[in-house]
Design a protein around this ligand. Structure first.
Ligand SMILES: NC(=O)c1ccc[n+]([C@@H]2O[C@H](COP(=O)([O-])OP(=O)(O)OC[C@H]3O[C@@H](n4cnc5c(N)ncnc54)[C@H](OP(=O)(O)O)[C@@H]3O)[C@@H](O)[C@H]2O)c1
Length: 326
């Protein structure tokens, strides 16, 4: 009996120490951890094999992440699934303790394509359900990347089917602007619980974030480091990783400037999605819950805003439903 009690307490302690990020409740009642590991390949070096994603996912779970963000278009769902399977096999975590997000790509926007696309993602991930399925972009394209004329309201009916089948526990969108979100909410049976959009110091998205939060749509913040990290452009706006204001905040709290930026997003009620394949930086990017920024510091970081996007999708700017022209 004593042994069982002791084991129970020890396991409880181990669990508390391992899980780093708290959860927020989504509007459908599900719990979502407020930091997700990004697995997009946009910043990967050309020579880097996709196999690093498997290791990154494992390290992330080991470091306390319980939320992993992937997408069909990243072409790494298999590696994400392998990392998850490795962690489960090692006893680090159970499937039901994880929150896995993936996304429907724009060439599968017809209603009858949605469930088969999700089944394909699940097969690659080795999972029988996804926690959160997102419409990746409001624009529909043909397989040759030319524009297609499919209303995202039709796509959403397919998303609702995916939820009704239990294949997706929650459904949401990504890269929707305020008008598109309102139109979707006005014409759906199941409301989107998340809008995943770019938010960082040079693209603070104050209006869109406020709008989403007023509609009980949680915001996941992609490309959270903005131009702190290299994006291959020479004239990107500040801040960089050595920005004096961020360095002074980092020194005050004993953190790195990257952690200051992630904490800034947390203070705004967002769920940042830092991507890293480096073990040390993966751990650093979730070590955010032993300090907080003041409202003045949040306002100072907001002042960096230039409405400049890391991801501008300029090639699609003339396509129907392009969201970034507003
Ligand atoms: N829904 C959408 O349309 C959409 C669009 C873009 C991205 N996303 C999601 O958001 C995730 C993150 O966005 P992102 O990949 O554009 O960029 P990001 O997370 O803002 O930046 C990633 C870059 O920062 C570096 N880095 C990570 N942690 C660091 C740290 N502590 N200090 C210094 N450098 C650090 C990474 O290098 P190392 O790997 O070497 O650490 C990598 O070069 C994606 O992976 C994806 O899951 C979604």
């Amino acid at each position: 009996m004593k042994l069982i009690v002791c084991l129970g307490i020890c396991l409880a302690i181990t669990f508390t120490v391992a899980v780093k990020a708290p959860c927020i409740e989504l509007s459908d009642g599900k719990q979502m951890p407020v930091v997700a590991l990004g697995t997009g390949r946009g910043t990967a070096k050309e020579t880097e094999s996709v196999d690093v994603v498997r290791q990154a996912v494992y390290w992330a779970i080991e470091a306390g992440y319980r939320h992993i963000d992937t997408a069909a278009i990243y072409e790494d769902e298999s590696e994400v699934g392998q990392g998850i399977a490795d962690a489960i096999a090692k006893g680090l975590v159970k499937r039901e303790e994880l929150f896995v997000t993936t996304k429907l790509w724009s060439d599968k926007h017809r209603q009858d394509q949605v469930v088969p696309a999700l089944r394909e993602s699940l097969s690659k991930l080795g999972l029988d359900y996804i926690d959160l399925y997102l419409v990746h972009f409001p624009v529909a394209i043909k397989p040759d990347y030319s524009p297609d004329d499919i209303d995202y309201l039709e796509t959403w009916r397919g998303m609702e089917e995916a939820k009704a089948l239990g294949l997706a526990r929650s459904i949401g969108v990504s890269n929707f602007n305020a008008k598109q979100l309102d139109r979707l909410i006005a014409n759906c049976k199941v409301r989107p619980v998340v809008n995943e959009i770019e938010v960082n110091p040079t693209n603070t998205q104050i209006d869109l974030v406020t709008h989403c939060q007023a509609q009980a749509v949680a915001v996941m913040a992609y490309s959270p480091f903005g131009f702190l990290v290299s994006r291959g452009t020479s004239n990107a706006p500040p801040p960089r990783v050595d920005d004096p204001l961020l360095v002074s905040m980092a020194q005050k709290y004993g953190k790195t400037t990257s952690q200051i930026v992630l904490r800034y997003l947390i203070e705004r009620g967002l769920t940042p999605i830092p991507k890293s394949t480096n073990k040390k930086r993966i751990a650093q990017n979730i070590d955010l819950f032993d300090f907080s920024l003041t409202p003045q510091e949040v306002a100072q970081i907001n002042n960096f805003n230039k409405n400049v996007r890391v991801i501008d999708m300029a090639d699609w700017k003339d396509y129907p439903n392009f969201p970034f022209n507003e």
